[in-house]
Design a protein around this ligand. Structure first.
Ligand SMILES: Nc1ncnc2c1ncn2[C@@H]1O[C@H](COP(=O)(O)OP(=O)(O)OP(=O)(O)O)[C@@H](O)[C@H]1O
Ligand SMILES: Cc1cn([C@H]2C[C@H](O)[C@@H](COP(=O)(O)O)O2)c(=O)[nH]c1=O
Length: 204
């Protein structure tokens, strides 16, 4: 019988540095003979990538935004996450439902009870085995973003928005301490990856 794989999500405010470390985690796990599937939300499937384009560039009601995030997630679970886990692969997802809590509930102010209802409806049984939360002060994230690229709809939000997102991420981490590892992402890339490696060892 195939042993089910493990599911790791990567979270943090825009510019925190999470995408930088996904390749490191993939290499780390492959060096331990794991099969790894890397994906992202919103997106990760052909339909999800179309939704991502809308979500990152069109203004919409905050509940429409939350529902489309979960629509993308439902498709991602059906097409990518569940089949990969069942086949014994490890799944690395650049964001999952904690991002909806952080951005739509924390950042935009959507009722948290409605968000919890969506989570319970769309994935009553699935949660990441590990969530790596890359935590940085807003100024550091902003500086990293400004140095790199054209900003999308979320990245153009004000500092107060990201302060609320960050606070909601930290609240979720405190609520689910067994699942979350909060990584100080102000450290150098090498130092950060040493810390990630130590966390991954506990999951192997
Ligand atoms: N620890 C670090 N020290 C210095 N620079 C870093 C560090 N981590 C990431 N960076 C740089 O910060 C920039 C943003 O990183 P990255 O794209 O990984 O952030 P992100 O959290 O995935 O952002 P987004 O969510 O918007 O995609 C990149 O140029 C990356 O090289
Ligand atoms: C899953 C998810 C994502 N978001 C936001 C967060 C980011 O600003 C973008 C995705 O961009 P990234 O560069 O790939 O991180 O989408 C959100 O608001 N709600 C969610 O559930």
């Amino acid at each position: 019988m195939t042993t089910r794989g493990k599911f790791i999500s990567f979270e943090g405010i825009d510019g925190a540095g999470k995408s930088t470390h996904i390749g490191f985690v993939k290499d780390f796990l492959e060096s331990r003979a794991k099969t790894v599937v890397s994906s992202r939300e919103p997106g990760g499937t052909p339909l999800g990538e179309k939704l991502r384009d809308l979500l990152l560039h069109e203004k919409m009601h905050l509940e429409t935004e939350a529902l489309l995030m979960f629509a993308s997630r439902r498709e991602h679970m059906a097409q990518v996450i569940e089949p990969a886990l069942n086949a014994g692969s490890w799944v690395l997802s650049d964001r999952f439902t904690d991002a909806s809590f952080a951005y739509q509930s924390g950042g935009r102010g959507m009722d948290r009870g409605k968000m919890e209802a969506l989570e319970a409806w769309v994935h009553p049984h699935l949660q990441p085995d590990l969530t790596l939360l890359f935590d940085v002060p807003l100024a550091v994230a902003r500086e990293r973003l400004d140095a790199t690229r054209t900003l999308d709809k979320f990245e153009q939000e004000q500092d107060e928005f990201f302060a609320r997102c960050r606070a909601e991420y930290l609240r979720r981490a405190a609520q689910f301490p067994a699942r979350f590892a909060v990584i100080d992402s102000t450290r150098s890339i090498d130092e950060t990856q040493a810390r990630i490696g130590a966390v991954l060892e506990t999951l192997l």
